[in-house]
Design a protein around this ligand. Structure first.
Ligand code: NAG
Ligand code: NAG
Ligand code: NAG
Ligand code: NAG
Ligand code: NAG
Ligand code: NAG
Ligand code: NAG
Ligand code: NAG
Ligand code: NAG
Ligand code: NAG
Ligand code: NAG
Length: 644
């Protein structure tokens, strides 16, 4: 295949015309675009995937000599060949700036590094370029030389004691700084609803009458008390809006700060009312909103991170918060460069900012400051009871990060190549150290391995987690999907209950986007082994805040995992909610529409948008919970079924 491409490339002779001693930029761009377009003529011998790779190869050549011209060439290519909308083509390939989340500089940097004719090209053309190549077979990956063989003792978790303590888990706040009261919450134009830059393109019929709604400029004061604000109805009401954005949020919008404060206050109030302490908090990321990348800028990224961290500090006081960065918690969106790539300086500012905030708030000890920077905002800490928490920046393996498409074909038995960020080695070193000491470990990250993770990385994590579960690893925690979910790690493809070795905890979001009731949870944790004995989930019915004259949302207990999924109490009271428990739930989701419905209702926190399993809307649930890695999931549910 490579030969065919090279022959074709020779035929189109990508060279600067000889008669031009010093061609102008316009001439170079025009010639490069002609060379690329000739790959796509009807007489071309190339199939779609070869065309994509040959384009990348031409791009690589120009990136090495004239990186400044790459954006223009690729905006043209993306637009001409309809790889995306004209607006998205511009966003993806224009040079990075601080005013909008454009990634052309990152793309150019990747072109310089990558080998278009290797797996780099296959994966990039599949995941970032509209599947012009098909998903390649997962290469052989065997990390077993990274550690001594798993001994039988490592196949069993220690038995829990008889006492528990409590740990809070929150995720996916997604503060929407430009949330505009009274704006369109049912927008049809591109971009985030509930802003002044989106609207509903259809004319609202008179029969839809919102004129009795009232809007208030409410807030939580510095003591955390809700203050019903001034009536601002006359300022914000617009009779042509279909669904006016209310104070506490809407199902097609991210979180106004008022909702974030309400959720944090509900946590503080619950602790006080129940005389219970959360010893620490895990926060699995995502602070910035989901607006169009053109409306996402550097300033708001920083401001959103600062506000969320300030608000958590306010309501959690001295309770340490162990955080990871989400795919949105960077700028431009989803990007992160490794030190080895030579471009890490583009992303240093974020690690500096977060290390300052986390250490400054007393959440992470000062001696970990350098570690946070070294591991791209990842770290490991030991809690006062002796649990190790390892935090990982999942942008190191995120499909939307351009830099992750470098060196994908390196030797997989070496740390290099598959581990350009050094994250896998960091994780394995920490796990080996804990194993030697009989210490138990929780791992926290934003993106779960079966969702938008590069398949090679998902496989590497699967091997690592398999090796150290369930003896050393006591819990794996993620966010990102906004849904309340779990996934299973089985010892083999038979996926029987007996084969279960670990499960993940994927937490519900605070943001209602898209279609969810805001929620949070805490775990009852065994004091001796740090195994999870139960999870307690809370939510608020967002729709009850629509048209109730600005009253504060009511937060309610939603469910206890042990009671909801084992109503007959067949699971021993002294056994943790471990992989065997969750594999049993997975089997039940497969076999019973009733359990599937229960799981879906919880996934959406009983919102009006929870799917109806009797209409066949829950078909993918079993694939989701039973697939640890993205390859497995796509095989089970059909290629590319996840695109959230
Ligand atoms: C190329 O092929 C397509 C589809 O077969 C056809 O519609 C188009 O007219 C052809 N273009 C040229 C320039 O021959
Ligand atoms: C970002 O914030 C700074 C300081 O507040 C301001 O000077 C600058 O104009 C802002 N830039 C953008 C793009 O909003
Ligand atoms: C818990 O176990 C410890 C040691 O095994 C024992 O001394 C203690 O009485 C037990 N506590 C309860 C409440 O059962
Ligand atoms: C949202 O707007 C569409 C028209 O664009 C309309 O059909 C739909 O009923 C509206 N939904 C609500 C909840 O008002
Ligand atoms: C009301 O909303 C419509 C459509 O969303 C918009 O065109 C109009 O400018 C708004 N009017 C005011 C006074 O904001
Ligand atoms: C949220 O809480 C923070 C911390 O108390 C406060 O500074 C901020 O003004 C509050 N914002 C709103 C909208 O309630
Ligand atoms: C990536 O590949 C290049 C070229 O093969 C190699 O020199 C380099 O060491 C690799 N980098 C990493 C981090 O593996
Ligand atoms: C999977 O199940 C089949 C049929 O029961 C059995 O023959 C096979 O050994 C099992 N595979 C593993 C790895 O346990
Ligand atoms: C889960 O706990 C049960 C009850 O203690 C035990 O039988 C089972 O082996 C455990 N499963 C795993 C994967 O540790
Ligand atoms: C809110 O949504 C739930 C779930 O669809 C529904 O049962 C409830 O009646 C709704 N409440 C209001 C006030 O619309
Ligand atoms: C679950 O519901 C679907 C869709 O109505 C139906 O096809 C299927 O047979 C049901 N499965 C079970 C186990 O009841």
């Amino acid at each position: 295949m490579r030969l065919a491409i090279l022959a074709q490339l020779a035929a189109v002779s990508f060279a600067i015309p000889a008669d031009l001693n010093s061609p102008s930029d316009e001439q170079i761009v025009a010639q490069t675009i002609r060379s690329i377009n000739s790959l796509y003529t009807n007489s071309s011998m190339l199939d779609k995937c070869q065309q994509c790779k040959a384009t990348l190869d031409i791009g690589k050549a120009i990136s090495l000599t004239r990186p400044d011209l790459v954006p223009e060439v690729f905006i043209d290519w993306c637009t001409t060949h309809k790889l995306d909308s004209a607006a998205n083509c511009k966003t993806y390939y224009s040079r990075n700036t601080v005013v909008a989340s454009r990634t052309g500089t990152d793309f150019t940097n990747l072109l310089q590094l990558m080998d278009p004719f290797s797996l780099d090209g296959d994966y990039l053309c599949y995941y970032k370029m509209k599947k012009q190549c098909s998903l390649p077979e997962l290469p052989e990956i065997d990390l077993s030389s990274w550690w001594p063989a798993k001994e039988d003792i490592a196949k069993v978790a220690p038995a829990p004691g008889n006492e528990t303590f409590n740990v809070l888990h929150v995720s996916d706040f997604h503060i929407q700084l430009d949330y505009a009261l009274g704006s369109e919450a049912n927008c049809t134009t591109n971009g985030m609803c509930c802003t002044t830059h989106t609207w509903n393109a259809n004319q609202k019929p008179d029969s839809v009458d919102n004129s009795d709604l009232k809007f208030f400029d409410s807030y939580y004061d510095e003591d955390g008390n809700f203050q019903l604000g001034d009536d601002v109805t006359s300022d914000v009401f617009n009779s042509s809006v279909w669904v006016p954005a209310q104070e506490f949020g809407a199902y097609k919008c991210d979180s106004p700060e008022l909702l974030i404060n309400s959720s944090l206050k509900s946590i503080a109030a619950y602790q006080e009312e129940n005389n219970l302490d959360f010893e620490f908090v895990i926060f699995t990321g995502d602070m910035i909103d989901h607006d169009e990348l053109e409306h996402t800028n550097y300033n708001m990224t920083i401001e959103s991170q600062e506000l969320i961290i300030r608000d958590m500090k306010k309501y959690f006081n001295d309770t340490p918060v162990y955080s990871v960065l989400g795919n949105h918690d960077t700028f431009p969106y989803g990007q992160l460069a490794s030190e080895a790539s030579g471009h890490t300086n583009l992303y240093d500012w974020n690690e500096d900012l977060l290390a300052d905030l986390w250490v400054g708030n007393g959440w992470i000890p000062f001696e970990d400051y350098q570690e946070i920077k070294k591991h791209y905002a990842g770290f490991s800490v030991e809690t006062k009871r002796g649990l190790k928490v390892i935090a990982i920046n999942s942008n190191t393996y995120y499909q939307k990060n351009y830099y992750s498409y470098w060196n994908m074909t390196e030797d997989f038995d070496q740390f290099d190549g598959i581990d350009q960020f050094g994250t896998l080695k960091f994780l394995v070193d920490e796990l080996l150290e804990s194993e030697a000491q009989g210490q138990r470990v929780w791992v926290i990250a934003h993106v779960p391995p079966n969702t938008q993770t590069l398949p090679t990385q998902a496989e590497a994590y699967k091997q690592i987690y398999s090796r150290f579960s369930p003896s050393t690893i006591a819990g794996l925690f993620f966010g990102h999907t906004h849904q309340d979910q779990f996934t299973m790690l089985y010892a083999n493809d038979n996926k029987t209950i007996e084969d279960a070795i670990m499960n993940t905890w994927i937490i519900q979001s605070v943001t209602p986007w898209v279609g969810f009731n805001p929620g949070w949870r805490y775990y009852e944790v065994d004091t001796e082994t740090f195994s999870i004995m139960n999870s307690m989930n809370f939510y608020t019915k967002l729709n009850e805040t629509f048209g109730n004259d600005g009253a504060e949302p009511v937060w309610e207990f939603e469910y206890s995992a042990r009671e909801a999924y084992d109503p007959q109490s067949t699971w021993p009271a002294d056994a943790p909610l471990n992989a065997t428990f969750w594999a049993t739930v997975a089997e039940s989701i497969k076999k019973s529409n009733e359990t599937a419905q229960l799981y879906s209702d919880f996934a959406y926190r009983l919102s009006p948008f929870a799917p109806d399993c009797s209409d066949g809307e829950c078909k993918e649930n079993y694939c989701y919970v039973s697939s640890f890695g993205v390859n497995e999931y796509e095989k089970c549910a059909g290629e590319g079924s996840i695109d959230s």
